[in-house]
Write a protein that binds this ligand. Sequence first.
Ligand code: M7G
Length: 183
Amino acid sequence: LKHPLARPWTLWFLMPPTPGLEWNELQKNIITFNSVEEFWGIHNNINAASSLPIKSDYSFFREGVRPEWEDIHNKNGGKWAFQNKGRGGNALDEMWLTTVLSAIGETLDPTGEEVMGVVVNMRKGFYRLAVWTKTCTNREILLDIGNRFKQILNLPRTETIEFSAHEDSSKSGSTRAKTRMSV
Ligand code: M7G
């Protein structure tokens, strides 16, 4: 017996930069699944996020949505992001697992329409966890999603997460895009 998800999700892996390949060509579609059991089968057989090479990502996105600003479902959207120093270790792996479970379990998104996917970026000296949304102007709903994300990460009150629009990231890069909201 399988426990179905509300919708199918796809796991993507962003390979570290490779000479001759554009950024979009580094995104590898790994597998699509639509049950809780399939999710655990995948989770138990891939490397932990904290052990990924620098400049690689994992993303879980709705089936049919690529983890890219250019995708039609993302181009008017944005992301809530939590960024922290270091490689994260077990604490990161636990935060990433709860982030993924809340996305595929649909508990981050009361509308069922906003959350397109979740991403973990492993970078030199830091990591970033993000929830990508379809819109970037729907303040009330986006703040609700941000508060839920912060709560499931179990962050101390002194930490903040920040919302930025993809159109700003695409102009200045994720690290320098201006923050439109924070919680
Ligand atoms: P990042 O991985 O969002 O954050 O963007 P980082 O700066 O902390 O590493 C790094 C770079 O990857 C960007 O400046 C872009 O060159 C490229 N990049 C990232 N994303 C998410 C996209 C995307 O969706 N589309 C394209 N074309 N490039 C991207």
